[in-house]
Design a protein. Structure first.
Length: 209
């Protein structure tokens, strides 16, 4: 059963290993919790940052909700190039990655894998170690918006399914990481998608026996 969980900026800082002030900067126009540089997408990013700025009071004084997500990737069958799965949000129709609220009794990476199947119909090998974080404003049923911090995990897709819980409720598409970074609004998520692609293109070092 999914449940909404919210944390303070101090708790976020403890989990992410960065200072509280850095967390607050990441939740407003400024620094990022992503591991690498941001990609340039002026119109989308500036609009998103302006939206965050309009909720500054909630960001600094109110609760910060927590969610878990998956970057679902695979290699293109013919081209051999890495590609990533993006889906649309049911509320706003914007492009995102599969994500959801914490589930009682489940670890963050397990929740990310569950959401990948329920929202996009994919299963595979999920990394237990977090890949990074991004922040966004979540639209609730009453049309209010609350700040969320999302913990990301990498999921190498091994199987896709025709039938899954949210089939028909969202659009989904396999695209290049560059195209995915162009489509999403959140600057931190853009950076994480490009960082994930670089990680996958990096030559694997064989372990010494």
């Amino acid at each position: 059963m999914s449940q909404k969980v919210f944390v303070s900026a101090r708790e976020v800082a403890a989990r992410t290993g960065v200072s509280g002030s850095a967390v607050l900067r990441a939740l407003t126009p400024g620094a990022s919790l992503a591991p690498d540089r941001q990609t340039k997408s002026p119109d989308r990013s500036q609009g998103f940052l302006a939206e965050l700025a309009s909720h500054a009071d909630a960001l600094f004084r109110g609760p910060i909700y927590e969610q878990y997500a998956a970057i679902c990737y695979r290699k293109h069958r013919e081209l051999g190039e890495p590609e990533v799965l993006v889906v649309t949000s049911r509320e706003s129709g914007r492009w995102i990655v599969p994500k959801g609220w914490p589930i009682k009794g489940k670890k963050p990476y397990e929740v990310a894998a569950i959401e990948a199947f329920e929202e996009a119909g994919v299963r595979g090998r999920i990394k237990k170690k977090r890949f990074g974080y991004f922040t966004y404003l979540k639209q609730l049923p009453d049309d209010s918006r609350v700040p969320c911090i999302v913990q990301l995990h990498l999921l190498e897709v091994e199987k896709t399914f025709e039938n899954f819980p949210e089939r028909g409720q969202r659009l989904s598409e396999w695209v290049s990481f560059t195209e995915a970074a162009r489509r999403v609004r959140e600057p931190e998520l853009k950076s994480l998608l490009l960082a994930a692609e670089r990680k996958m293109r990096r030559p694997k070092v064989k372990e010494k026996k």
